[in-house]
Design a protein around this ligand. Structure first.
Ligand SMILES: NC(=O)c1ccc[n+]([C@@H]2O[C@H](COP(=O)([O-])OP(=O)(O)OC[C@H]3O[C@@H](n4cnc5c(N)ncnc54)[C@H](O)[C@@H]3O)[C@@H](O)[C@H]2O)c1
Length: 515
């Protein structure tokens, strides 16, 4: 979707206009509340009692983003664990002036020095000291293949867990994680942060509660990157990683100790996203977030079926792309195109009422980098890079629509609020009210996710928005998408896969076994 800056601005104003009017009172309260919007939006409050004593397992790129965002009123970081010495160090010194400032800057030197007394080289050494540390919870941000093993070890040790997405490498492991948490009455949250995004919450209010987009029959989600230029792939980290990390991990590979942590080679730990034994490919790393978003806009229903094409069509082939690409030894596909069928609103009565979601991700072109476009019979919503929402009205014979039209909401006779359009050059006061009510800086939801987790730990009320069951549904979509591409088959989703008390799983299903 290529729009002029003016057309994009109209889309932004339209979104704010409609949110401002449809959530008028809420937005006024939000604007007055200023900071701490998450509590207002997601139904929690200030923490009663002490911040939850938490350790971080995995302080790589994402672990450091979460450390940067961690809410100190709710969470006290008491220890960290990481296999890589340079990643341990950058937890304190930082590695990005805004996104990963490091604990010295986030907490101040004195408090960071206290955490520095409790740095462990792996999760097991950390768990051995959990009582001494008075540990209550862990945040796990390690490669995908280690999510389930480490989360289960932590739950068995009696700790509450936030685990990064994708929940696990297979659905059997997702179910084991849920059971391990529920048997012990512990919180298990998974890091699909859109569940804690104020922007997505407002957008979902328009599509779901207000039904302003009319019938949604199609969602197009994509994450397109161009990693074809030599050295441009952020997932190839080996060459840019610290020599001390490579040396230590290579030594562990040679003496066999690296295997104890689930990695065959040092390279497969550092470049874990590129290999099937450690990662889950584009669908798990990128697509799972966006299928999560698509299913939010479709009322969090489970999909009916999936089919798709995935191929390693660029890397590892002499003669294609630059020489650096020929030598690339990744396992994962470099382009995927997947089609999901979801039940429409009346699907139970009308089998033909189906909404389609397409997902694409590729490595060789970044036109329209990433986002989700929601196409309804009355309007189009475009979520751009998790940071912006643009809204446009469909044209009808009575009122124009499209990318040049400002819209407003009217109450139509008998059928509730609908979109209308008007010719003006400026947004209304409602639009600026909505903008203020979303906060100055749009949060991607990391902070809110950690605040709510700690709140649930303290109150004992498990009201997590991305709990094990919700996250397992996201994992089922991504992992079944992978199976459909692998077996070149349309696969139908089964309700029992989504039931944690059943052992049924897509990877064990006869549709896959007979493929
Ligand atoms: N929510 C999001 O938007 C988002 C974004 C990026 C990454 N992630 C997720 O975060 C996780 C980590 O990704 P990343 O980019 O930070 O990877 P990374 O490779 O940069 O960091 C992973 C770290 O885990 C450490 N580690 C591995 N096994 C360990 C063990 N047993 N004990 C202690 N440390 C161990 C490694 O040494 C490494 O430093 C992944 O699951 C990824 O999918 C989520």
């Amino acid at each position: 979707m290529l729009l002029t800056p003016e057309q994009e601005q109209i889309g932004r104003d339209n979104f704010h206009e409609v949110v401002g009017v449809s959530r008028r009172d809420f937005m006024k309260t939000a604007a007055a509340a200023g900071t701490g919007l998450g509590a207002l939006y997601f139904g929690y409050s200030k923490l009663e009692g002490k911040p939850v004593r938490t350790a971080f397992i995995g302080t790589g790129d994402e672990g450091n983003v979460l450390i940067n965002e961690h809410p100190t009123d709710y969470m006290e970081i008491v220890a960290i664990a990481d296999l890589r010495p340079a990643n341990q160090k950058r937890t304190f010194t930082g590695s990005h002036p805004v996104a990963r400032r490091g604990l010295n800057a986030v907490l101040g030197r004195a408090k960071a020095d206290d955490v520095a007394k409790n740095v462990f080289t792996n999760h097991r050494d950390l768990l051995a000291k959990k009582d001494e540390l008075g540990l209550e919870a862990v945040v796990i941000a390690v490669p995908l293949n280690q999510h389930a093993p480490i989360a289960i070890e932590c739950l068995e040790a009696g700790l509450h867990v936030i685990c990064e997405k994708l929940m696990a490498q297979n659905v059997t492991d997702c179910k084991r994680m849920i059971r391990a948490a529920e048997e012990r009455d512990l919180m298990l949250a998974v890091g699909h942060q859109r569940h804690y995004s104020v922007l997505y919450d407002n957008a979902a209010h328009l599509t779901n509660e207000m039904e302003l987009l009319g019938d949604i029959k199609f969602i197009r989600a994509q994450w397109h990157r161009n990693n074809s230029f030599p050295g441009s792939d952020a997932w190839q980290k080996w060459n840019s990683s610290a020599k001390e990390d490579r040396d230590l991990l290579t030594k562990m590979e040679q003496d066999g100790s690296l295997k104890e942590y689930g990695y065959e080679t040092a390279k497969k730990l550092i470049d874990w996203r590129l290999y099937n034994s450690t990662g889950g490919g584009l669908m798990a790393e990128l697509g799972s977030h966006q299928m999560d978003a698509a299913s939010i806009f479709l009322g969090k229903k489970h999909p009916l079926a999936v089919q798709g094409y995935g191929g390693k069509n660029f890397f590892g082939m002499e003669g294609v792309g630059p020489e650096s690409a020929w030598k690339d030894d990744r396992d994962i596909d470099d382009q995927i195109f997947v089609t999901f069928e979801f039940p429409g609103k009346t699907h139970e009565k009308n089998e033909r009422d189906v909404a389609v979601v397409t997902y694409s991700s590729m490595n060789t072109n970044r036109w329209e980098p990433y986002g989700e476009a929601v196409f309804g019979s009355r309007g189009t919503l475009w979520m751009k890079t998790e940071k912006e929402a643009l809204l446009y009205k469909e044209s009808s014979k009575d009122s124009p629509g499209g990318v040049e039209q400002r819209i407003w909401m009217v109450n139509s006779k008998g059928s509730g609020p609908v979109l209308d359009s008007y010719e003006t050059s400026a947004p209304s006061a409602a639009a600026s009210g909505a903008q203020a009510g979303m906060g100055e800086k749009i949060s991607r939801g990391y902070r809110e996710e950690m605040e709510h987790f700690c709140y649930c730990v303290r109150t004992g009320k498990n009201e997590l928005r991305c709990n094990g069951h919700v996250a397992m549904a996201d994992a089922i979509m991504a992992l079944t998408g992978n199976l459909a591409m692998k077996h070149k088959k349309r696969i139908e989703f089964k309700p029992e896969w989504f039931d944690a008390s059943s052992d049924a799983c897509p990877e064990e299903d006869e549709q896959v076994k007979t493929a």
